[in-house]
Design a protein around this ligand. Structure first.
Ligand code: SF4
Length: 378
């Protein structure tokens, strides 16, 4: 059985490089009853991924490439339910991974009572994290200042979703996903609204509706810093259990380039919101997505990460993943990424921040980042 440290390192390598899936083998796997394809083409969170489990149950959201030049990790034969992953650079076996099956409600016959395919309302991330982008438009994209790693509006263009979801639709999907054991917590995300509440009111309405039907379901919401921080209290009162206020890029110069619209929100605004969110949501329930791989130095990155951790915020660090068809923006190597995760895990222990205590959402799911895995191994 693979040990926790080895799976942490191998997961990090896969987060950085993805896996090569030979298109020609898709039908072959299908004949063995394994449905594997290249994953989703839009939405929030890293794209194009499928979820896999290592033998010790470590989860990874892996990008699947149809081009062998993108990754030296090749999906090979499936034996006893596990794919053999071959490392073509080192000419040896890399690891064994079990594909997490898609839930049955993705089939077209599963529709909400108003006729929308359930798959367009919410998707299962990882094992049991039902996730939905509740509002698929973003003010920054609308004015050409969208974040370069984000594909929120691609899913609308691809007809993979609908613009806005309501609590009746969501409750029906939750009930269906629960029946097959695929909804023990939720991640709700959204594009940024032009309004002063930055979309908080939309979340509040939805949360009220969901929590009426599923009062015990832990829910994570993601929002930009607010000028009126009392909305954070309202989100908690409506039933949000954890919150992500995502800075995404730590270095201000890189922010200006990668997240042109959002970079006008000051770091001070983030600090103010994080601090208040910690008062409202409690210890270990506030996180921030931090992407790396834009060419920043490791020392600077860790210095800035320490600032975030010292406030009590969980840094959900992930290597940036390029959007298929757009320019490749990542420069990070997996060795550097492993170092970042270990240093971050040590800092979290030092400041008493524990990602394993998060009640819902990305930090609990852990598919896109190896911070939980690093934390477990040190
Ligand atoms: S960490 Fe899990 S819930 Fe969050 S975006 Fe990744 S797969 Fe989705």
């Amino acid at each position: 059985m693979i040990d926790n440290y080895t799976s942490f390192v191998k997961k990090t390598e896969i987060l950085c490089n993805g896996l090569f899936l030979d298109e020609k083998l898709i039908d072959h796997y299908k004949s063995q009853g394994i449905e594997i394809s290249y994953g989703r083409k839009g939405g929030a969170g890293p794209l194009g991924g499928r979820y896999f489990l290592f033998e010790n149950q470590t989860i990874v959201n892996a990008a699947l490439w149809n081009d062998p030049s993108k990754s030296n990790f090749i999906i090979r034969e499936n034996e006893d339910g596990y794919f053999l992953i071959y490392d073509s650079k080192n000419k040896s076996e890399h690891c064994r991974l079990k594909l997490v099956q898609n839930p049955t409600f993705y089939s077209p016959e599963y529709v909400t009572s108003d006729g929308i395919p359930m798959k367009k309302i919410a998707l299962v991330h990882g094992i049991d994290c039902l996730s939905s982008t509740i509002y698929q438009k973003c003010v920054y994209h609308a004015c050409g200042e969208g974040c370069k790693f984000c594909a929120i509006e691609l899913s609308l263009e691809n007809d993979a979703t609908i613009e806005e979801k309501n609590s009746e639709q969501m409750s029906e999907v939750i009930a269906t996903a629960k029946k097959e054991g695929r909804c023990n917590h939720m991640t709700l995300t959204s594009g940024t609204d032009e309004t002063i509440d930055k979309g908080a009111k939309r979340y509040i309405e939805l949360l009220n509706g969901i929590k009426k039907n599923f009062p015990k379901l832990p829910i994570h919401v993601q929002i930009e810093p607010l000028e009126d921080i009392s909305f954070l209290n309202e989100l908690k009162d409506a039933g949000a259990n954890t919150i992500g206020i995502h800075l995404e890029v730590l270095d201000q110069n890189i922010r200006n380039n990668i997240t042109p619209g959002k970079s006008r929100i000051t770091y001070e605004a983030y600090e103010k919101n994080w601090k208040h969110a910690l008062d409202v949501f409690g210890k270990n329930q506030v996180s921030s997505y931090l992407l790396t791989g834009f060419g920043e130095s490791l020392e600077d990155f860790i210095k800035d990460v320490e600032k975030v951790i010292s406030l009590g915020v969980i840094p959900f660090i992930t290597p940036v993943r390029s959007i298929p068809g757009r320019e490749n923006i990542s420069t990070i190597t997996s060795d550097k990424m492993v170092e970042i995760y270990i240093k971050t895990a040590k800092l979290m222990k030092e400041y008493g921040v524990n990602p394993l205590k998060s009640k819902a959402g990305c930090v609990r799911c852990g598919g896109c980042s190896a911070i939980n895995d690093a934390y477990k191994t040190i």
